[in-house]
Design a protein around this ligand. Sequence first.
Ligand code: SAH
Ligand code: SF4
Ligand code: F3S
Length: 478
Amino acid sequence: MTREITPTDARVRQEQTPSHEMIERLRQDNDRYAAAHDGRRRRAFVLTFGCQQNEADSERIAGMCVECGYALTDNAADADLIMVNTCAIREHAEKKALSVVGQYKHLKAKHPELIIGVCGCMVAQEHRRDELKRSYPYVDFVFGTTVLHRFPSLLYEKLSSGRRRFCADSEDHVVPEGMPVHRESGYRAWVSIMYGCNNFCSYCIVPYVRGRERSRRREEIVAEVRALVADGYRDITLLGQNVNSYAKGCGWDYDFADLLEELDAIEGDYTLRFMTSHPKDASSKLIDVMARGTHIAHHFHLPMQSGSDDVLRRMNRHYDTARYLSIVDELRAKIPDITLTSDIIVGFPGESEEDFEATLTMLRRVRFDMLYSFIYSARRGTPAAVMEAQIPPAVQSARFERLLALQNEIAGQINEGSVGSTVRVLCDGVSKNNEKLYSGRTDGNKIVFFEGTPEDTGRFLLVTVERSEPFALYGSKK
Ligand code: SAH
Ligand code: SF4
Ligand code: F3S
């Protein structure tokens, strides 16, 4: 069902999906099943690996399962349908997903009616689809990230024909709208504003597994955020691999900064965040919108990847350290309380001791509040995987440890500096690691522990910081 072709970019179709006919048929089948089993519905279990985009996709998969008449369970052993949403960013992510799928073999042996589906970035790669087809005969169907909305149709086909389905990605640039969403949280929400990536950083698999950039139209996003605020959502994160290139090439007369400004104008008690910003497209206009905004978190996640200009060039990042620092300086001048976080890759092919030292120098210069650091992992089909001078794992690990040690020291000092201050925290309830304490996140996404009550969950609180660690703050409610 095609709704409308955007005149300025006829390649992008906005589709009202998924197929309501398939959903209806599945729902009727599941209703019949429940009627024959004392009201017990078939259950669906959705397991997610990877980043926030995958979490957002899993919430849509769960939403479609519910529409199709399944009850949700968080126990795989109890499920009639298991969906594994995979990640391909590093080898470790793929190994973990494959090992979990491997463990489901015995569940299928006990419960032959069990349906197992695998989706997400890993299976957007042909060699992984082939591997699942060959070596995991109990996997029933597989589909990539660009055809998420066809999930009910694939499931229905499997159930009605019994045949296994291995669905490749679509090349037709669909921006699916109208997908049901089952949100994990009642107060934090993800909102995808665009899909795919055009950047082809030389180490990264994402452009190959998520396809080209496709932006959702402003009206759809504004309507979604407005509805979330009205429903009491307190923390809304706009998602895209490079939100700064939102609407680029669409011929629309607005960009990401305009979108953010329009969303910020929605009245209510909520915080707006976004991920991820690519330094090559971070604009003064965006920083100005953040500085004058009322709901926009004073947090900027700006992946640097490396502090060596030579490595950045070979990573195909399209900025150098001087440009990176100029964004940081502008952010700090215009938004003095900004929290800065970043991603770093250690051990990229050809990274010399000098290149690595340059990364440490940048850490000392910028003083990030938090870092997400990764050891470089070669991804099949990317240019970096065949570059000369791959760095031995022992050297990678030693550098990784040095990076962590320096960052711990810096983050420890920064957090120590906030002792005595009062921070606004969105409470997430009882801490998963310490049942005696409640936890929450600041505007800058720092974790804070304090003594709370069940009513605090999902609310903004003021907490006075009394003690700090490199990765956490401890305090008391004001
Ligand atoms: N679109 C975002 C990044 C998404 S992937 C951006 O460009 O900022 C999240 C992070 O994973 C990246 O920033 C990078 O630091 C890391 N990463 C990506 N590919 C990797 C690889 N092959 N090995 C190690 N880390 C990788
Ligand atoms: Fe990967 Fe680069 Fe795209 Fe980020 S911008 S998803 S690192 S290719
Ligand atoms: Fe995210 Fe992993 Fe895919 S990081 S975009 S789920 S490869």
